[in-house]
Design a protein around this ligand. Sequence first.
Ligand code: ADP
Length: 433
Amino acid sequence: MKKDLTKYFFILLFAAIVGYSLDITLIAMLAAAIGLIVWQTHRVNLLNKWLDNPRDNTMPEMGGLYYLLHKKLNNRNIQFAKRKKQLAGLLGQFRKAVGAMPDAIVLIDPAGKIEWANNNSIELLSIRWPDDAGVRFTDLIRHPEIDTILNSDSSLKETKEINSIRLNQQDINLKSVPYSSDTRMIIARDVSRLIKVNQMHTDFVANVSHELKTPLTVLRGYIEILQGSGNMPAVFEKPIEQMNVQSLRMQLIVSDLLYLAKLEDKANKVPHTSINMTNLINTIIESVQPLLEDKRHRVSLDIDHKLSLLGAETEVHSAISNLVTNAIHYTEPKGKIRIQWVSTEQGAMLSVQDNGLGIPPHHLHRLTQRFYRVDTDRSREGGGTGLGLAIVKHVLQRHDAELEIVSSEGIGSKFICHFTSTQVIPSQDIKSA
Ligand code: ADP
């Protein structure tokens, strides 16, 4: 820069001296300045031309500041070209890896049109790349559940999942994941085998439970005969009583397992009948009255009498009954139990709250697993089968509802069932329903 300025200064000085000797100082300086401008413009022009085609590595001959500018731009271009090559290589590798994945991966734009798809998309979703580029995903795969998740506004921000749908004679698990600010990635996986294994497991448990039912009934019949016979030797009284208690427990477990199998059976559809929740809750409280009196608990109710639920009454009865029985069992005598059935923004909620033992936080996420207990001895003492909350979870799933558990050790627990508005008949609609 300094060098260039010195050069311009001496050119102008030279023009001034020559001009002075010819008595045309100003004109000579002006001519020199114009000359300098034309020369600079020419060099900018050369640089501009080269920038239009930087791959042409023949750098125009330049000096001074322009040479430095030119050199810097050229180095940057070489770096960009290198990085571009690296990125293209990485992208190629990434696409190869994604292409080799056993899942189908499809990228869709905000309008739901296909931007890219991997090889497995043909097998799992019948989407061909690049033939189907730009086609709307939901035009190629027509399924109401897919329409719902892809057309919801929140799908651009949140991951949505359909556990399993039947497509091309396969059970497919489908996920929509927000990918970049306006693109979503659809990941489809064949879960046919998993579903088959789960079904086999469910059938096995149901069959074993069914097979155990008759021998247990016979066993219990004999135990009752022995107990009622009146001439049993005293030494057998305790063992027979133990046999009675344990066989009763086995009967309860078998009956709960059979009930769970029934809930899991997809062919067993949930009826959409209106349930009078006030009556249902009162019936449940009446049926547990002996237990309540035994432990001298107090029950308080907060019930919207005009709010009804749509669903299967026996199933909802079983779910609430399990929650209330648990609240009674896991609360020290003279405890407080509160049952709420009220409307919410999303629909309605049913909650059973106690001021009992509470549950340490690390157990909460496992409570609805079969046979999971916080304290096994306590559960058995109270006659628990370890299947109550699993039944609650299944009943709620069948009614499009969710279970929330809030608990503090030593303070108490609240089990909240959140129902959506589609499962609820609000107070004002009750007459027309
Ligand atoms: P169980 O027949 O053992 O009660 P559940 O599936 O109904 O089986 O409950 C699982 C476990 O969750 C119970 O063993 C108990 O440890 C815990 N639990 C359930 N309800 C409550 C509650 N209201 N307060 C404290 N712990 C509870």
